[in-house]
Design a protein around this ligand. Structure first.
Ligand SMILES: O=C[C@H](O)COP(=O)(O)O
Length: 226
């Protein structure tokens, strides 16, 4: 295990995340305070929580088409546009996983492109491919690789493993490694879903993750001390 990955290294990669349906405005205020207290640079929240105040230097990410990805592309695009207008600097969109399972990668690309075009050029787009569901599907690794390629062709800045809400599971080292090999440094790779301790976080970074989506940020960072 690469113990040379320090707490600071991990913290710099974290999107401190609150996407639970029952989240309140008070919970989001606590998320912002936690992020500032823990020294993480980004937070990730649901669209209805915007606009936020008193976020200081925090980069705000908002999800679109979350969590099913089964929204019309124009709806995902409208969510992304509004989020950026309301102060988000990053958008985490969910693909239509069923389209990928059917091998309709051009449709995946068009969906991502619609969202990318709706966003200001300097805002970053992350594309959630629900890697555990794709790896469990008949096309397996091909679907992961082709979705990463579709995201890149459509102009995304990151590929992201998981919503954290899919029954197939969240991030795995296998998925992160495959995604990182596919984008080969041209895009970032965000590992998210089920990362609960420092050991898992370090394993994801060693596999090629450049960003971590965590709701258990405090537990992960506390475990990375020393
Ligand atoms: O996008 C981020 C995920 O929803 C976070 O998942 P988690 O609650 O399993 O850390």
């Amino acid at each position: 295990m690469p113990t040379e990955i320090s707490r600071l290294d991990i913290a710099a990669m974290v999107d401190h995340t609150l996407l639970k349906p029952e989240a309140t405005a008070q919970d989001v205020r606590a998320l912002v305070r936690d992020a500032q207290d823990l020294g993480v640079p980004h937070i990730c929240v649901s669209p209805s929580m915007l606009p936020l105040s008193d976020t200081g230097d925090l980069v705000v990410a908002v999800v679109a088409g979350f969590p099913s990805g089964k929204h019309h592309s124009s709806v995902k695009a409208a969510e992304a546009r509004l989020a950026v207008e309301q102060g988000a600097r990053e958008v985490d969109m969910v693909i239509d996983v069923g389209a990928a399972i059917e091998g309709r990668y051009d449709d995946v690309e068009a969906d991502v492109a619609a969202v990318r075009e709706a966003m200001a050029p300097d805002a970053a787009l992350k594309v959630i491919i629900e890697s555990a569901a794709l790896l469990a599907s008949p096309r397996g690794e091909e679907a992961v690789v082709e979705c990463c390629r579709a995201a890149e062709r459509a102009g995304a800045q990151f590929v992201k493993t998981s919503t954290g809400f899919h029954p197939a599971g969240g991030a795995s080292e296998e998925a992160v490694r495959l995604m990182a090999q596919t984008v080969d440094g041209r895009l970032g790779v965000k590992a998210s879903g089920g990362i609960r301790d420092a050991r898992a976080a370090r394993a994801m970074i060693a596999a090629g993750a450049t960003r971590l989506g965590l709701s258990a940020t405090r537990e992960v960072l506390d475990g990375a001390d020393g």
